[in-house]
Design a protein around this ligand. Structure first.
Ligand code: GLU
Length: 469
């Protein structure tokens, strides 16, 4: 059997991490089975759906690399199809017109609630034929009166619902628009969905949807209802917990690989393994191994994964993602070394790509002023001789490179008979503006010789000013 899955977001907001995890699971399952992954935009709620939200969802999926094989489909473009099938059900006596006014319906509901009953439509118009003329009506699905619906959910196991608990669902409103549950059913059928992976908030819809699928003569897909994501305080994940939008993670400097790895583990496991490349996820993923309980978001773990990927992914690939952050921070990458070279030496010094850009500015432009503490500590009059001598030696280098740079520093220390730190630290502060940088041979190597010389002069001026004040 060929597998088809889908992600079917309602475009009422950004793509949040819960949705992204559902999308990932759905995508992984299709990929792991050599199947197809469909993107469907469920935009029937015209009041709440926006183009901005659609764009945000597409952007989030693109950034995560969860590419669809088919779609995006839009439900608002498929109204004719839904209506056609509603007419068919009417003709077959599997649906009926209901002329109950909303006031009347409200009255019934109120009574039921006052009696401590679950509000449900009592089937008033189910068998009636005395239809009034020129009166608005909704169309309701004739839910079976007896029997049970059984769902063998891949995550939650066997779920059984008695049909006596389900009332006759409105499938077309009195304004002629089809309702949400009906559209989902038709789409899942028309798009050949074999596996529905979605949030557990839809679990109550499933028996109703199965009944409608059956009435249409459509095959019943398999289901996997994914649990919720909670914040680290055990409450439902929301903005209060910080970032929830996928694109906010991009903005905060996370690699999509790290977020994907984080999300796949949030609810799914394969032994004790924590690190999964996307290829490994595809190879090992299975719906049946997803846990039932809600998972708590743990930012520290995400940071740990992000560091791991920044350090271990090819610098060239990290650079592809880091570029955006340098742009955001108005750092002109054309004014300095190749970004991947900077990343190669800075990778183990940062948690995020945002930090990567922050700490790498000195490779691309003059720093404005010295870090106050570093300058106070290392740019003292005693450092003057070391800076003057190392400047000479650096300027005399024929072949600018890590070895020759290191040699110049070593020779300076030997000639002045001082420890390496006495040369290295002032030189570091001079060359980078701060006391933190990768080792000097590789750092200076990415700067131009004349740039280094100028920066040493700047440090010497700083020292001179300090002597005079
Ligand atoms: N549109 C629904 C949502 O965004 C998903 C429905 C489904 O997956 O069946 O929650």
């Amino acid at each position: 059997m060929s597998i088809t899955t889908r992600f079917a977001p309602s475009p009422t907001g950004y793509l949040h991490v819960g949705g992204a995890r559902t999308a990932l699971y759905s995508w992984l399952y299709a990929k792991s089975k050599g199947g197809k992954f469909i993107l469907r935009i469920e935009d029937t709620d015209i009041e709440r759906s926006t183009q901005a939200a659609i764009n945000a969802i597409l952007e989030g999926m693109q950034w995560l690399g969860l590419h669809h094989d088919d779609g995006p489909y839009y439900q608002t473009k498929r109204f004719d199809r839904y209506k056609e099938l509603i007419q068919q059900l009417l003709k077959e006596g599997k649906a009926y017109k209901c002329f109950m006014s909303s006031a009347e319906l409200d009255g019934i509901r109120e009574k039921q609630m006052a009696n401590g009953e679950k509000p449900r439509y009592p089937g008033t118009w189910r068998e009636r034929t005395d239809h009034p003329e020129n009166q608005p009506f909704a169309i309701r699905f004739k839910n079976p009166l007896n029997g049970t619906v059984v769902v063998n959910d891949h995550i939650r196991g066997k779920i059984e619902i008695s049909n006596t608990e389900l009332d006759d669902l409105v499938i077309q409103r009195s304004d002629g628009t089809p309702t949400y549950n009906f559209c989902v059913v038709v789409d899942d059928w028309d798009m050949g969905i074999t596996h529905v992976v979605r949030g557990e908030d839809h679990i109550n819809n499933t028996p109703r949807q199965i009944n409608i699928l059956q009435a249409l003569g459509a095959p019943i897909p398999e289901y996997a209802h994914v649990s919720m994501i909670l914040g680290d305080d055990g409450k439902k994940l929301s903005k209060r917990h910080g970032a929830v939008s996928v694109m906010q993670y991009r903005d905060d400097g996370y690699l999509p690989q790290a977020l994907l790895n984080y999300l796949v583990r949030l609810g799914w496991s394969h032994g004790d393994q924590e690190i999964f490349s996307v290829d490994e996820m595809i190879e090992l993923f299975d719906l049946d191994a997803i846990g039932q309980s809600a998972s708590a978001f743990n930012t520290d773990k995400l940071i740990w994964l992000n560091q791991h990927y920044i350090k271990t992914m090819p610098a060239q690939e990290v650079a592809e993602h880091a570029k955006w952050h340098f742009d955001q921070q108005a750092i002109d990458l054309s004014a300095g070394p190749a970004l991947e070279d900077v990343i190669a030496i800075q990778a183990d010094r940062v948690k995020t790509l945002k930090e990567m850009a922050e700490i790498s500015r000195y490779f691309y432009e003059e720093y404005q002023e010295f870090d106050a503490n570093a300058a106070k500590k290392h740019l003292r009059p005693v450092a003057k001789d070391a800076l003057l001598l190392v400047k000479d030696k650096l300027q005399a280098i024929q072949q600018w490179g890590p070895e020759t740079i290191q040699q110049a520093i070593n020779d300076t220390a030997t000639e002045l008979d001082v420890g390496m730190g006495k040369v290295g630290m002032p030189l570091r502060v001079a060359a980078t503006g701060s006391g933190n940088s990768p080792s000097l041979d590789v750092t200076l190597n990415l700067l131009k010789p004349e740039q280094v010389a100028q920066r040493i002069d700047k440090a010497l001026i700083y020292i001179a000013n300090r002597e005079n004040s």
